[in-house]
Design a binder for this molecule. Sequence first.
Ligand code: KG4
Ligand code: ZN
Length: 339
Amino acid sequence: MLTLGIETSCDETSVSVTRGRSVLSNAVSSSVHLHKKYGGVVPEIASRLHVEYIVEVLSRALEGSGKSLKDMDLVAVTNGPGLVGALLTGISMAKSLAYELGLPLVGVNHILAHLYSAFLNDKDKPEFPFVGLVVSGGHTALFYCEDVDKQRLLGQTQDDAVGEAFDKVAKILKLGYPGGPVIELAARSSVKKDNRLFPKSSMGKDSLDFSFSGIKTAVLYYVHQTEKRYPEGLPTEMVSDICYAFQESALDVLVDKAFLAASMKGVKHIVIGGGVAANTRLREKFHERSKFSGGIKAFFPKFEYSMDNAAMIGSLGEELYKKGYRSDMYLTAEPNLEI
Ligand code: KG4
Ligand code: ZN
């Protein structure tokens, strides 16, 4: 069957055509360039741009797949969590298409879709049960996953999400938005490569919860102190060293907790998803740790499916549909939708 997937929960407008876990097309337009000067996503701008972009993104997705609307069997759309105005554009489009074409409709949880985005891979696939780690701009959480509709929360952040910490640290260092990619890039040029500058918050030895507000504040104080010596602004090498130290501490906590969860639950597979999963250093750290962990293996989505995308919505939507899940014309945006 062919599924039309639609994603508009934040600043990416995306439409895809998928068949099972194969992606025929995944078109994306982002409004991120318009949010840069504000240092974060402005909901009103994001909502307005979804309305402007969505028809053109839909055309590109159909063209890229070589299919037409008449070929579709299902419409799957993100219905939360996310920005309410942004979500509504995708949901309205999905409902209109489902109604007009007489197709079934399935609402998909954006966080769950991130969790299963590593399945969009022809080769290596994770097996249930596994430990899932979602690392995005709004979420940092560990799950025990038994099936696509059966997962239990093991722990989550008690304050900032890890992506949010990257964004805030980039703001403190005046590096722009979004913070993840710029911090990763700056960290690569670090000469000192000192990873002891900032604390790692473990929340207790056996805890599977996270906290990232402490490290963010530690960076803020460190930068304020250091700026006294450099009133003209911090030298580039120093910014790189700070980025390196922050990134190492923040990412180590993710790796430590995910492996702890896997050994507590006795599972061999860890699946990572969400924007921060695009980070190359995080991938290195997981693969490195796998070598010394008695056969525990980490699975990441392809780079393009780490960021927000409709393909992950469409393919999970199809799996949920096959398990009997259905939405109707009352489907609406749920900004705080939980798993
Ligand atoms: O999943 P996502 O695209 O949107 C949400 O659902 O939140 O995640 C966006 C987050 C942002 O906080 C961004 O800074 C972070 O993912 N991010 C990264 C990288 N690329 C994006 N964080 C660390 N390293 C990266 N390379
Ligand atoms: Zn996301």
